[in-house]
Design a binder for this molecule. Structure first.
Ligand code: CUA
Length: 338
């Protein structure tokens, strides 16, 4: 008994851990599904959880019962209980029950694996809109290309609600992994091959995504978003991305951009492809994937990118004149298509 009496000291730690599980914004949870795919996967998790709880409860009941029913009583000190060696009945029971439980788990799992591999052809999905997006992972940002729609963007994928979205996943450098917890399970972005992943969003909203494969110094900052909009808004977005019309373009800023940034970053179809396409940079919610949008943060990112995101390939523009920087920020913030 003495051994256990200091265990109460762990109580505050245990309570703190319990309290911390409730912390943080609830946007990164697979337990709050927001689309058909996430719901299917959640139901599989729930099924296995219920089976596990059932097994646990039954085992604990039998264990407790045996503990009390067959304990040694006064006067039984020298009695050796009946020894059981092999029981066909018992062995049959504890073999058949797990087999049955595994079959109960296997049927929906295998069935849904086939559905999730080709959601477009799944029963009930005939006539649903399908959008394909090629996802190229880079150290440490995400590139989204919409083949057939002529759209290229970065960091924030826009999708129509209710449609089946097929993400074709690749990487240009090392292994990354694509995960949008509210919309469904994750999949690797490999260098030499292409994986695919179907996701759907029932409701409009912005869904947080993460890279879930350790890919270098700024792996933890390799965040992205998936924005689900009504189908009509999606069509408008595609049209605007194809022929962006910007209000009040800062021509001084555009000159600075063309001199310093255009070799790596494209706006529309013009410009380099090494860095993220910035056609709709002004519409994005964050800078460099995770920084709150403000002129101060944007300037810090442009001047000292390696302090903001270690290992980023972007060169720093520490020496840019203040006046040029102000014009550049104005130009970048004005790149809005929505
Ligand atoms: Cu990309 Cu971790």
């Amino acid at each position: 008994m003495k051994r256990w009496q200091h265990l109460w000291r762990l109580l505050p730690v245990a309570l703190m851990m319990l309290a911390l599980t409730g912390c943080g914004k609830p946007f990164l949870s697979a337990l709050d599904p927001k689309g058909e795919v996430a719901e299917m996967q959640f139901s599989l998790m729930a099924l296995s959880l219920y089976i596990m709880i059932g097994v646990f409860v039954v085992v604990i009941i039998i264990y407790t019962f045996v503990l009390f029913r067959f304990r040694q009583r006064p006067g039984q000190e020298n009695i050796i209980p009946d020894q059981v060696e092999g029981s066909h009945k018992l062995e049959l029971i504890w073999t058949v029950i797990p087999i049955v439980l595994l079959i109960v788990l296997a049927i929906p799992t295998v069935q849904q694996t086939f559905v999730l591999d080709d959601l477009k052809s799944a029963p009930g999905n005939e006539g649903k809109q399908t959008v394909e997006i090629t996802v190229k992972a880079h150290q440490f940002w995400w590139e989204f290309e919409y083949p057939g729609l002529g759209v290229k963007t970065a960091q924030e994928a826009v999708i129509p609600t209710g449609a089946n979205i097929k993400f074709d996943l690749t990487s240009v450098d090392v292994l990354h992994a694509f995960w949008v917890p509210s919309l469904g399970g994750k999949q690797d972005n490999a260098v030499a091959s292409s994986n695919h992943l179907w996701l759907t969003a029932d409701e409009t909203g912005t869904y947080e995504g993460r890279c879930t494969e350790l890919c270098g110094a700024s792996h933890a900052l390799m965040n992205f978003k998936v924005k689900a909009v009504p189908p009509a808004d999606f069509d408008n977005w595609v049209a605007s991305m194809n022929a962006p019309v910007y209000e009040d373009v800062s021509t001084a800023g555009q000159d600075v951009f063309n001199q310093n940034c255009l070799a790596c970053h494209a706006v529309g179809t013009e410009g380099g492809v090494i860095g993220p396409n910035l056609t709709n940079f002004g519409d994005r919610d964050v800078i460099a994937g995770y920084l709150e949008k403000s002129d101060e943060n944007l300037e810090r990112w442009i001047r000292t990118p390696h302090k903001v995101k270690e290992g980023a390939l972007m060169p720093g523009f520490a020496k840019l004149e203040d006046q040029d920087m102000a014009a550049l920020l104005e130009y970048l913030n004005g790149l809005k298509v929505q």
